[in-house]
Design a binder for this molecule. Structure first.
Ligand SMILES: Nc1nc2c(c(=O)[nH]1)N[C@H]1C(S)=C(S)[C@@H](COP(=O)(O)OP(=O)(O)OC[C@H]3O[C@@H](n4cnc5c(N)ncnc54)[C@H](O)[C@@H]3O)O[C@H]1N2
Ligand code: MOO
Length: 642
């Protein structure tokens, strides 16, 4: 009979860590690994397994520190401008920087400070003291002196010091070996044809990448199906060849989640389940004196749990501690709710706007690996908190350099592929500048402008009264604010339907037909306002559209819903339809603008953005998407107080 594992614990993260580390410590499993001798020239990044001592002194002879003449200091005593001292040929020798100091000499005078005379003699107008401008034996390193202590991560300058000290080989800690076992009957190797239910196995490569960054090595085993004895045998094999064993997935409460029972059978199960989100179903155990860790299957959970529990081990086995991430203070852009009793790790985007660091949360789903790709930082919400209010000060751990964030222009508002292309083109022209765009709809963009949280808003808001785009909304919501309104493009909006238009949808009116399911955009999205405007013109009430309430946040998400078959139609841009092979029924040509507060126009990153918008390369790339029109692209449509 299949046994279903139920979580044993819901331990606070710190408590789980303490329990695990203390037991490993008791067993001696955290002792730094033994050393191995390797050439100094390939020791970069490795950790010394013992102190390193110099074999020779550096310099190993007394050497001239400058170009000039070697002298005996006492011969120069008393020299002054009014009483120059004359040295004979025997009393001086010309030397270059680095030359050995000739026998019997004890100082060097810089070539600039001597007055050569015709007969080979020289005149000095100031005295020198003994050993002036001489690098004596051992100035840098004295033979037998300690160059590096034990447990020191070797840097380029350390390599220089060792080689100068005559050390050619160094004893470094063996790299910790981490075995990673991907499990799951649904998993297939990257590149395999994908049938419904198949999942591309990529966690192991992500985890391996981290192990390498941390100084270890990783072995990835073949994918193991969800089978108790297969997984157990693989763990036993891995224990004999590695220092840490990771089982990926199968850590939750599913009927095929065996890891915790296996750990109980072959060793000691210390923790199953922590009060963290993501990362909850972690398994911490020990077998054969080595850590065996069950890491959740969802990619973000996997990365987080790996960071919490495996990173410290990889560093400890090398005799070091993990580096700490930089923390900065930021302001929460919106309310960030969180469940009490669970420590939450939220990925956030950061924007440096008007002197404040603004943090906007990214998608929370544990399966959204791109939230980690896009994240600038991690916000840890402590278990006792219910989250944060909008505007509250929070502390964020940086995943990117602060300088890169400070060189990022923030555009919040409606989603448009043109922004992705713009970001790419800005980076081509200015490698140090990036564009970060958050997709909250046109109205969300205007609100972000109002709150001073963005350098620009991407908007396409049609005023149903006047038929005018954007300006009436700026006047209404940002009265008196100095704004520069720049056109990004005109674009075709239309109904996206499956290839061949199987439901024969011809216009907006058809969306209300029996049997048609629709997928909408979120409230405040310009595309949704356009739909409402078109429906109103036709006198169709939204309730008649099946799926009007279903909201997606981007054109691509709407296109994906249509391509995936969960909706028959959705409103969006031609480029989104094209990219997923959908048919497109044009509805309107609309104006998509960037609204930029005048106060930001002087910023280098904003200037770089506006300059890039005006390049022929950018316009050409936009046109190539299909459905974009660039006649007005880059044109300032309004400037000044609205
Ligand atoms: N009834 C409950 N179900 C679940 C709970 C719960 O508390 N009660 N917790 C959820 C949480 S939280 C997580 S996290 C997941 C993790 O469960 P597992 O560790 O058992 O992982 P799987 O269910 O096997 O996989 C989850 C997901 O990730 C994909 N996956 C797995 N391995 C890989 C890999 N190597 N590369 C890429 N993707 C991978 C897998 O196919 C699934 O889609 O459990 C919840 N369930
Ligand atoms: O805790 Mo799971 O790890 O949320 O996704």
């Amino acid at each position: 009979m299949k046994r279903r594992d139920i979580y044993l614990d819901n331990l606070p993260v710190d408590e789980a860590k303490r329990r695990f580390m203390e037991r490993l410590e008791e067993l001696g499993a955290l002792r730094p690994l033994n050393g191995e001798k390797i050439p100094v020239s390939s020791s970069l990044g490795r950790v010394t397994a013992g102190a390193v001592y110099a074999k020779i002194s550096s310099p190993h002879y007394n050497s001239a520190a400058v170009d000039g003449i070697a002298v005996r200091a006492r011969d120069t005593f008393g020299a002054s401008e009014t009483n120059p001292v004359r040295l004979t040929k025997e009393q001086c020798r010309y030397v270059d920087t680095g030359d050995p100091l000739p026998d019997g000499f004890d100082a060097v005078v810089m070539v600039e400070d001597i007055q050569p005379l015709e007969n080979g003699e020289v005149e000095l107008i100031s005295a020198v003291y003994p050993w002036q401008h001489v690098r004596p034996i051992g100035e840098d390193i004295v033979a037998a002196e300690m160059i590096l202590p034990e447990n020191h991560r070797i840097r380029p300058q350390d390599i220089g010091a060792m080689l100068a000290g005559g050390v050619l080989e160094v004893e470094v800690r063996r790299r910790p070996v981490v075995s990673i076992i991907p499990t799951g009957t649904e998993l297939v190797k990257p590149g395999s044809p994908l049938n419904p239910g198949d999942i591309t196995e990529y966690n192991s490569e992500v985890l391996k990448g981290f192990v390498l960054e941390w100084g270890g090595t990783a072995n990835i085993s073949d994918i193991k199906a969800d089978d108790y004895s297969l997984i157990r045998d693989e763990i036993l094999k891995a224990l004999s060849t590695s220092d840490i064993v990771i089982v990926n997935a199968g850590s939750s409460a599913g009927s095929e989640d065996y890891t915790s029972s296996i750990v109980e059978e072959i060793g000691e199960l210390l923790v199953h389940g922590i009060a963290s989100k993501p990362g909850k179903p972690v398994i911490l155990g020990i077998a054969g004196g080595k850590p065996v860790i069950g890491i959740p299957g969802y990619p973000v959970s996997a990365v987080l749990a790996f960071d919490l529990f495996v990173k410290p081990l990889v560093f400890r086995l090398q005799g070091t501690l993990p580096p700490e991430r930089t923390r900065i203070k930021a302001t929460a852009a919106r309310k960030i709710p969180s469940k009490i009793g669970v420590e939450e790790y939220l990925r956030v985007k950061l924007g440096d706007v008007g002197g404040r660091m603004i943090a906007t949360p990214l998608a929370r789903g544990a399966g959204v690996i791109t939230s980690l790709v896009r994240a600038d930082g991690i916000l840890k919400i402590p278990a006792p908190l219910e989250g944060f209010h909008a505007g509250e000060e929070i502390e964020v751990e940086l995943l990117r350099e602060k300088r890169d964030i400070e060189n990022t222009v923030v555009v919040i508002g409606s989603h448009d592929l043109a922004l992705d292309i713009l970001g790419d083109h800005i980076r081509r022209r200015y490698p140090h500048i990036s564009l970060s765009s958050a997709h909250v709809g046109s109205m969300g963009g205007i609100m972000a402008l109002k709150k001073g949280e963005t350098h620009g808003a991407g908007i396409h808001l049609l005023d149903p009264e006047t038929g005018e785009y954007n300006i009436p909304y700026l006047e209404k919501y940002l009265p008196g604010k100095e704004i520069v309104l720049v056109n990004l493009a005109y674009r075709d909006q239309g109904i996206m339907v499956k290839k061949g238009n199987p439901k024969n949808i011809k216009n907006v009116g058809d969306l209300a037909r029996e049997g048609i399911t629709f997928v909408n955009r979120q409230k405040g999205a310009g595309t949704r306002l356009l739909l409402d405007y078109e429906l109103k013109k036709l006198g169709i009430s939204p309730e008649r559209i099946m799926g009007y309430e279903r909201e997606e946040y981007t054109h691509m998400a709407v296109a994906a819903a249509v391509a995936g078959g969960s909706a028959d139609a959705g409103l969006g841009i031609l480029a989104a339809a094209n990219s997923l092979g959908l048919d497109f029924i044009p509805v309107a040509r609309e104006r998509y603008d960037l609204a930029i507060p005048a106060e930001f126009m002087g910023l280098e990153r904003v200037k770089a953005m506006l300059e890039t918008i005006n390049t022929p390369q950018f316009k050409k790339a936009l046109e190539a998407l299909g459905g974009y029109h660039t006649e007005k692209t880059g044109e300032v449509l309004k400037e000044g107080r609205v």
